[in-house]
Design a protein around this ligand. Structure first.
Ligand code: ATP
Length: 938
C-alpha cells in the first residue's frame, strides 16, 4: 500500500472542501487553539513540529467532540535575525552560506537570500507546504506574516501600542539590557543563538585602594567585604590603569568596554602587568585593614573586572587557593612571609557549620586544590545556605546580628553612598547573538520599555493566570515565578523588520513585543486580506480596532469614519466575539519566561477580563534520538526531511509518541521506521474484518468489549489532559494487544463487537494518523470525514461487571498452570489433559467465610448442616480462606472452561476434558475455587 497516494488524496480533499476553515455558528460551542507562530529564518523543524502538532491533535480531538474548532497559523518575520542573516549573505559570508546549503537550499537560490524579504516569502511558503504535507488541520484562510510587509497587521500592532501607551504600559527609561555590539541593539531571547533567558544581573564592585588607585572587586556578596584576607590578580594578565569618572581604577582590558557601556566615563591611562602587583598591600575601605595581593591563575579577566577579593572563611575557591599557596609558596613565586600573617576571618554564622564553613566543606569533601571540580558544588552549597539562613557576626560592624538576606540592601546602599562600592551589571552566562557576536550589558536611556515591573500590572497578570487552565498544572509555579520576576522589557530596536513605533519612527517594535495579542487578529484576518472585500490598510483606524476588539463606539460611526461597509464591520465584530478568548495555546517550555507570560500581561492591559486567555499547554524540548537537537552540530531534522523518509502519519505518530509533560520528548527514528507497517496492518485488518463474523456472544467477546471500553475511557482521560503519549499507549498499543489475544482466542470474531472495535480504534487513531484513518473510514462506509466523526464514548455498564475480565484471567492462569506441569513433568507426549473445578461446597464455604476473622468464619460455615458433612476438610479450607484472605471471583469456572475447551486444546496440544468422571488419582478433591485441579495422562 502506498502511503503517499493515500496522504495526497486526503490532503487534497481537506483542501478542496475547506475542511478546517470554520465560520461562526451561533449556539455551537467553539474551541480556539493556537501555537506561537514560528520565526521564518529556516525550514520548520521537527522540534517546532512537536509543539505545533500538540495543538493540532488537540484541535482534531475537539472537532471529534463536536466543537466548532479554529486552529489558525501565521509566520513571524519580526526582528533582526533575518535582516542580519540576509546581510551576511549579501557580504558573501561563508558560514551563513553554508547554513543555507546545509538546510537544502539549492545553490543557485542562495544569492536571492541577500534580500530579507525573500526569506520571509521563501520560508513561509515552505512552512505552509510542509504543514499541508503533514496533514495539519489548519485554517489557512487566516494565515499572515508579521511586520510592515503586511500593512494590515502593521496597523493592528500600531493600534495595540497606542493602547499600551495610553494605559501607561510603555515607558521611556534607563535600564541595563543584553546588547549586541555588532547589531548595535538589545538582543531579546528570540535573537540569541545561546543564552536564552539570561538577563543582566546586578553585582557590586568593592573598592580597595592601592595608594590613589582603586582596585574594584566584583562580587554578588558585598557583605563578605568584612572577611577579605587578600585580593587575587592573575599574574599573566595585563591590566589597565584607567580614569573612571573622577577616580583612577585598575581593571582588566575587557572591563574598560563594559564600563563604557554602563555609563561610566572611562579612559585608558597605561598598562600594568598583573605580576608586578603581587605582594603589594591594599586597603580594605570597609574594614580599614591592609591586605596583600596574591597571584591566582583562575582569575578570568573577562569575568567581573578581573580583580577578585578573597574571603577564605566563606568561599571554598578562596580557601583552596590560599591553602595551595600555603603548602608550596615557592611554586607561586612567593616567600612564606607574604602569607604568614593571613588569618581566616569569619563573618557569617550558619547552622550545621562551625566558624569557617568554606574550610570545613573543602576538608569534608576532600577537595585537593584550586583546580578540583568539586569546588563548584561546595560553593553552591555554602552560598545558598549563607544567603538564605546566614546571620552576620560581630565582625560586620553595624550589621552584626542581622540576617544576610535582610541586611543586604541597606548594606549595599551604605557602601555605594560612602564611595566604598559601585554598581555594575554582568551576564551570569554567555549570550551570543544570532549574528554570532558575543553580547554584553549596556545601559540604555532613550529606550522604550514595556513596564512589566509595574506591580499593578503584575497583579492583573496573576489574576489572569489564576483563572487559566495549565497543562501540566505543575508549570503554574514557573509562570508565577516569571510574572513576579519579569523586569521592564526593551520593546523597540533601531533596526530589523517590524512595525514602526507609532509615535517615534526611529524605532521598530521588537519580535517578542509584536506577538502578544495577535491571536485576536486571527479572528478577522481573513476579511482584512481578502482582495475581494478590498479593505485597505489606511482604513484600519484606531476606531475600527476599538470597535471590533473592544466594542467601543458603533458600527455605523466606524463605517462612516473608515469607509468600510457596516455589515462587514459587524461580521468581524461577531467573529471576534464568537472565537475570543483563545482556549488553548501550545508551546515549548522555552517561551514560559517570555512570550507566554508577555501574552498574559498584554491581554490584561488591552482586553476586558472575559477575553483573557483560558489555557496554555507547555511541553519539553524535542531531542533527536536521545541527543539535544542543535543546528550547529548538524543534528536537526526538518519536517520535510522526515516527511520524505517516513510520510505524514508515521511522522505524526512518532512525534506524539515521543513524550508528554515537561520532560523533553524524543524523536525515535527506529519507531518512525516501523510505524507505517504497523498502521498498514491495521488498515488490512479493519477492512477485512469489519461487519464480518459470528453472532453468538461468548465470554471472550464480552471480555474484548470490557477491556476496549476501559481503554477508551483511559484514552479520553489522557486526551483531556493532553497526555498524548499515554493516549497512544492506552488507545492504540493496549487495544492492539487486546485484539491480538481476542483473535487468538476467537479466530472468528463476533460481528457486532469487532465492528465496534474497528470503529473505535480507527477513531482513536484519527487525530494522530488522520490519512490512513480517513481511508479506512471511507472503505467502511463512514459518512463524511473521520476527522469530524464523533469520538468514541463508553458505556459504564460495559465495564461494571468485573467477572468478565476475571474469567479471562482465570482461563489464562489455567493454561499457564497446565503448560508448567507439562514442562516440569516432561509430559509433552501426553494426549489428554483433565481439568477439575472445585467441588460445589467449597464455593459456598468461601462465600460464607470471606472477609471474616477465624472465629466468625468457622461459626458461619459450621452453622450450615450441608458444610458440617465435610468435617475436617471444611475447617482446613476455612483456615486457608481466612489466612490467605481469599475472595470469591464470581467466575463460573466450569462454563468458562467448557466454552474455551477447543482453545485450551489448541494452546496445549492435547485433548481436554472438563470435570470428567474419570479421576483415577482423586484430583478433584484438591481443586479449590479459582485453582482447578489438573491431571495429565501420560
Ligand atoms: P529555533 O531556535 O530552532 O530556530 P525557535 O525557538 O526560534 O526555533 P520559534 O519559531 O520561536 O522557534 O518556535 C515556535 C514554537 O516551537 C515555540 O512554541 C517553541 O517553543 C517551539 N519549539 C521550537 N523548538 C522546539 C523543540 N526543539 N522542541 C519543542 N518545541 C520547540
Amino acid at each position: 500500500m502506498d502511503f503517499r497516494a493515500i496522504e495526497n488524496k486526503w490532503q487534497k480533499r481537506y483542501e478542496e472542501t475547506k475542511a478546517f476553515e470554520p465560520s461562526v455558528e451561533p449556539g455551537k460551542p467553539k474551541y480556539f487553539v493556537t501555537y506561537p507562530y514560528p520565526y521564518m529564518n529556516g525550514y520548520f523543524h521537527i522540534g517546532r513540529a512537536f509543539s505545533g502538532l500538540r495543538a493540532e491533535v488537540l484541535a482534531r480531538y475537539k472537532l471529534m467532540q463536536g466543537f466548532n474548532v479554529l486552529f489558525p497559523f501565521a509566520f513571524h518575520c519580526t526582528g533582526t535575525p533575518i535582516v542580519a542573516a540576509a546581510e551576511r549573505i549579501a557580504e558573501g559570508e561563508k558560514k551563513q552560506i553554508e547554513i543555507l546549503k546545509r538546510a537544502g537550499i539549492p545553490e543557485e537560490e542562495i544569492p536571492k537570500f541577500a534580500d530579507p524579504v525573500y526569506w520571509t516569502q521563501y520560508f513561509s511558503k515552505a512552512t505552509r507546504e510542509d504543514l499541508k504535507r503533514v496533514g495539519a488541520a489548519i485554517d489557512w484562510s487566516r494565515a499572515f506574516i508579521t511586520t510592515s510587509l503586511n500593512p494590515h497587521y502593521d496597523s493592528f500592532i500600531k493600534w495595540q501600542f497606542r493602547k499600551l501607551k495610553e494605559g501607561g504600559y510603555v515607558v521611556m527609561g534607563e535600564h541595563p539590557v543584553v546588547w549586541c555590539p555588532h547589531c548595535k541593539s538589545p538582543v531579546g531571547d528570540h535573537g540569541r543563538l545561546e543564552g536564552e533567558g539570561v538577563t543582566p544581573e546586578e553585582i557590586y564592585l568593592i573598592k580597595f585602594r592601592l595608594g590613589e588607585t582603586i582596585l574594584p572587586c566584583g562580587t554578588y556578596r558585598p557583605e563578605t567585604a568584612y572577611g577579605v584576607t587578600n585580593l587575587w590578580l592573575n599574574p599573566d594578565v595585563t591590566y589597565i590603569r584607567a580614569k573612571v569618572n573622577d577616580e583612577e581604577w585598575l581593571v582588566s582590558k575587557e572591563t574598560l568596554d563594559k564600563l563604557a557601556n554602563q555609563k561610566y566615563v572611562a579612559s585608558f591611562i597605561e598598562e600594568v602587568r598583573g605580576r608586578d602587583l603581587i605582594g603589594k598591600m591594599v586597603l580594605n575601605q570597609v574594614t580599614g585593614m591592609e591586605v596583600p595581593i596574591l597571584p591566582a591563575v583562575f582569575v578570568d579577566p573577562a569575568v567581573g573586572t578581573g580583580v577578585v577579593m578573597s574571603v577564605p572563611a566563606h568561599a571554598p575557591y578562596d580557601y583552596a587557593a590560599l591553602r595551595d599557596i600555603e603548602n608550596d609558596p615557592a611554586r607561586f613565586g612567593l616567600t612564606p612571609d607574604v602569607i604568614s600573617g593571613i588569618k581566616l576571618i569569619p563573618l557569617i554564622t550558619i547552622e550545621g557549620f562551625g566558624k569557617f564553613p568554606a574550610k570545613e566543606i573543602v576538608e569534608r569533601m576532600n577537595i585537593k586544590g584550586q583546580d578540583d571540580p568539586k569546588l563548584e558544588e561546595a560553593t553552591k552549597e555554602i552560598y545558598k545556605k549563607e544567603f538564605h539562613t546566614g546571620v552576620l557576626n560581630e565582625n560586620c560592624g553595624k550589621y552584626a546580628g542581622r540576617k544576610v538576606m535582610d541586611a543586604k540592601l541597606e548594606l549595599v546602599s551604605d557602601f555605594v553612598h560612602s564611595g566604598k562600592a559601585a554598581i555594575f551589571y554582568e551576564l551570569p552566562q554567555q549570550v551570543v547573538c544570532r549574528c554570532l557576536t558575543k553580547c554584553v550589558v549596556k545601559i540604555v536611556s532613550d529606550q522604550w520599555f514595556l513596564n512589566y515591573s509595574n506591580p499593578i500590572w503584575k497583579a492583573q497578570a496573576h489574576k489572569a493566570l489564576d483563572a487559566m487552565a495549565l497543562y501540566p498544572d505543575k508549570v503554574r509555579k514557573q509562570f508565577e515565578y516569571v510574572l513576579d520576576w519579569l523586569k521592564d522589557w526593551a520593546c523597540t530596536r533601531e533596526y530589523g523588520l517590524g512595525t514602526e513605533l507609532p509615535w517615534d519612527k526611529r524605532w521598530v517594535i521588537e519580535s517578542l513585543s509584536d506577538s502578544t495579542i495577535y491571536m485576536a487578529y486571527y479572528t478577522i484576518s481573513k476579511y482584512l486580506q481578502d482582495p475581494a472585500l478590498g479593505i485597505r490598510p489606511e482604513q484600519l483606524s484606531d476606531e475600527f480596532f476599538d470597535f471590533v476588539f473592544l466594542g467601543k463606539g458603533t458600527a455605523d460611526e466606524v463605517s462612516k469614519k473608515t469607509g468600510i461597509e457596516q455589515g462587514l464591520i459587524l461580521k468581524m465584530r461577531d467573529e471576534f466575539e464568537y472565537w475570543y478568548p483563545f482556549d488553548m495555546r501550545c508551546s515549548g517550555k522555552d517561551l514560559v519566561q517570555n512570550h507566554l507570560s508577555f501574552c498574559i500581561f498584554n491581554h490584561t492591559a488591552i482586553f476586558p477580563e472575559r477575553h483573557w486567555p483560558r489555557g496554555m499547554s507547555v511541553n519539553g524540548f524535542l531531542q533527536l534520538d536521545g541527543q539535544k537537537m542543535s543546528s550547529s552540530r548538524g543534528n536537526v531534522y526538518t519536517l520535510r526531511q522526515v516527511l520524505d523518509m517516513y510520510g505524514a502519519d508515521a511522522t505524526r505518530l512518532t512525534l506524539m509518541y515521543g513524550g508528554e509533560g515537561l520532560e523533553d520528548p524524543n524523536w525515535d527514528s527506529e519507531f518512525a521506521r516501523t510505524a507505517w507497517s504497523k498502521l498498514a496492518q491495521w488498515y488490512d485488518f479493519a477492512i477485512e474484518n469489519y461487519g464480518k463474523g459470528r453472532d453468538d456472544v461468548k465470554y471472550i467477546d464480552r471480555w474484548l468489549e470490557s477491556v476496549a471500553t476501559k481503554s477508551i475511557k483511559l484514552t479520553r482521560e489522557a486526551m483531556d489532559a493532553m497526555n498524548f503519549r499515554t493516549a497512544i499507549q492506552r488507545g492504540y498499543f493496549d487495544m492492539q494487544r487486546y485484539l491480538r489475544w481476542y483473535i487468538r482466542r476467537s479466530p472468528v470474531p463476533n460481528r457486532r463487537i469487532i465492528s465496534w472495535f474497528i470503529e473505535a480504534q480507527t477513531k482513536i487513531l484519527a487525530p494522530f494518523t488522520p490519512h490512513i484513518c480517513e481511508e479506512i473510514w471511507e472503505k467502511l462506509g463512514g459518512s463524511g470525514f473521520i476527522a469530524k466523526a464523533p469520538y468514541p464514548t463508553w458505556d459504564e455498564k460495559k465495564i461494571a461487571d468485573e467477572t468478565i475480565e476475571r474469567s479471562e484471567d482465570f482461563l489464562r492462569k489455567v493454561i499457564e498452570d497446565i503448560q508448567e506441569i507439562i514442562t516440569v513433568a516432561n509430559l509433552s507426549e501426553a494426549k489428554d489433559a483433565y481439568i477439575y473445578t472445585s467441588e460445589e461446597w467449597k464455593y459456598k464455604a468461601l462465600q460464607l467465610a470471606t472477609g471474616k476473622n477465624m472465629g466468625d468464619a468457622m461459626k458461619a460455615v459450621m452453622a450450615d448442616p450441608e458444610m458440617r458433612k465435610h468435617g475436617k476438610e471444611v475447617s482446613r479450607y476455612v483456615q486457608k480462606v481466612v489466612s490467605e484472605r481469599l475472595v470469591p471471583s464470581g467466575v463460573d469456572e466450569a462454563a468458562v472452561l467448557n466454552e474455551a475447551k477447543d482453545f485450551i486444546a489448541s494452546e496445549i496440544g492435547m485433548n481436554v476434558h472438563i470435570n470428567s468422571e474419570f479421576d483415577p488419582q482423586g484430583k478433584r478433591k484438591h481443586a479449590i475455587p479459582g485453582r482447578p485441579a489438573i491431571f495429565i495422562q501420560s
